[in-house]
Design a protein around this ligand. Structure first.
Ligand SMILES: [Cu+2]
Length: 177
């Protein structure tokens, strides 16, 4: 009993954030046969996730480059270079990241990867946010929205009248048609 309770507490206390390791290219790995434009589709890269590049270290490497070098397949001034065939890169900050293989011709063959890293969403279940967010911003209430509580009673009356008019109008139209 006590153990079960402890486990339950542990489960509840564990933040609902799980770092994900993405194997770049999945079964293709990091190679000239991968399609990394397609591979990134539908994936969300959060801060704290990792990229795993697996590749033949005799023919490929991984370079992190600027967007311009990514666009132009320019490997002359990489931000970081990785080799060895098994590279894990932790996504430590938000924003775009660009990777290419610096081996001649490989980037042009498609060994280029662009991702956008976003902040980890945190433990946000799909519950509505607390009441504070529903207050209209600084008096610029758009017309038609119900005013806050102090004007409540008149507005209900108005709505009732409007509803009444609508019903009458609808009835008249129905009769006329
Ligand atoms: Cu390569």
């Amino acid at each position: 009993m006590a153990l079960a309770a402890a486990l339950l507490v542990l489960l509840l206390a564990t933040p609902a954030v799980y770092a994900v390791q993405y194997t770049v290219g999945d079964s293709s790995g990091w190679s000239t046969s991968g399609d990394y434009t397609t591979w990134v589709q539908g994936k969300t890269f959060n801060v704290g996730d990792t990229l795993l590049f697996t590749y033949d270290s005799s023919s490929h490497r991984v370079e992190e480059v600027t967007k311009s070098d990514y666009d132009n397949c320019n490997s002359g001034n990489s931000l970081k270079t990785y080799s060895g065939g098994n590279t894990v890169i932790t996504l430590s900050s938000t924003g775009p990241m660009y990777f290419i293989c610096p081996t001649t011709g490989h980037c042009a063959l498609g060994m280029k990867l662009a991702i956008n890293v976003v902040a980890a969403s945190g433990n946000t279940p799909s519950t509505p946010s607390p009441s504070g967010s529903t207050t209209p911003s600084s008096g610029t209430t758009p017309s038609g929205s119900t005013p806050p509580s102090h004007g409540g009673a008149p507005s209900i009356t108005n709505n009732g009248l409007m509803l009444g008019f609508s019903l009458v109008l609808g009835a008249v139209l129905a009769i006329m048609s």
